[in-house]
Design a protein around this ligand. Structure first.
Ligand SMILES: C[S@@+](CC[C@H](N)C(=O)[O-])C[C@H]1O[C@@H](n2cnc3c(N)ncnc32)[C@H](O)[C@@H]1O
Length: 279
């Protein structure tokens, strides 16, 4: 049995030839934090490490997903009808194609993830959806993503695209210069394209630092960054109102909505920020 048949995977090394289940992966730990079932003992240990440092880590993951949905809904209602979702993760409660196609049934979505488990589960989920596909590829090789046949046949690079890099930058150290990979993708897209990003923030709070420690201990990555540094992820493109903000009070469709002061949020709600920029 592989982990692709939708049943709870048996947890032995011999019957899961596609995946190394002895080491946690980002996609599977995140799935465990979200309460999903597509994870193994090592991943659940990774999630437990997160929760040891940040007891509300699961709520952070849920907030991040909510940010993804808010961003997709904004883009879909504002004319974006094709999405490239990099580091898409395992299917969960509401996925990009569901959020987008609820608003525009014609919307096209390409999911890209480096983890083979995402490809396996994504293919099963999308077997009957001709407007959505999933590709196994690596953000660190953006040219490969741009040259991928499935990407090229689903998306029209002559029309605006919604590029999503949600919950991914934190897994790369600044030394790797993740902004340059995203720049390569954005350079291939026309004016009017949108860039949706969420990332771990560092405004000097102990719980933010604890999130970084949890990531480093469980996955070997998961760095926090200042808001100024996160803003640089948007490559100098103008941010749409309300700008970069804590996800739980970030409402791109209602930028004038009255939101709580940052101090009124729970500390766990001050770990992740989101923003959308437009080319
Ligand atoms: C924390 S999850 C975020 C999932 C989803 N975007 C969300 O925000 O809910 C990060 C995802 O990025 C994927 N990932 C990690 N490194 C990657 C890379 N180099 N290229 C593409 N995807 C990657 C992981 O496999 C995982 O599924």
């Amino acid at each position: 049995m592989t982990a692709t048949d939708g049943a709870k995977p048996e947890e032995t090394e011999t019957n899961t030839p596609d995946f190394d289940i002895t080491k946690p992966t980002i996609a599977r730990v995140y799935d465990a934090l979200l309460g999903g079932k597509d994870n193994f003992a090592a991943d659940r240990e990774g999630a437990a490490t997160y929760m040891k440092y940040v007891p509300d880590a699961g709520r952070c993951a849920i907030d991040n997903r909510a940010g993804l949905v808010k961003g997709v809904q904004y883009m879909a209602r504002n004319g974006i009808d094709q999405f490239l979702d990099i580091g898409s993760g395992l299917p969960t409660v509401k996925n990009t194609h569901e959020a987008a196609q609820e608003i525009n049934p014609e919307a096209k979505v390409v999911y890209v993830d480096v983890d083979p488990i995402v490809l396996a589960h994504g293919r099963a989920l999308l077997a009957t959806n001709n407007s959505t596909t999933v590709v196994q590829a690596d953000l660190r090789e953006p040219e490969t993503i741009l040259a991928n046949e499935d990407v090229r046949s689903m998306l029209d690079f002559n029309r605006p695209i919604g590029l999503m890099v949600v919950g991914l930058h934190m897994h790369f150290h600044d030394d790797e210069n993740p902004d340059e990979w995203v720049r390569t993708l954005m350079d291939a897209m026309p004016a009017g394209s949108h860039l949706l990003i969420t990332d771990f923030v560092d405004t000097g709070e102990p719980l933010q630092k604890a999130m970084e420690q949890a990531g480093l201990q469980s996955l070997g990555n998961g760095w926090i960054r200042t808001p100024e540094r996160i803003t640089e992820h948007f490559l100098g493109l103008p941010l749409l109102p309300p700008g970069l903000d804590f996800i739980s009070r970030w409402f791109p469709e209602e930028p004038d909505r009255e939101v709580p002061a940052a101090e009124a949020l729970e500390p766990y709600q001050r770990i992740l920020m989101a923003g959308i920029a437009v080319k």
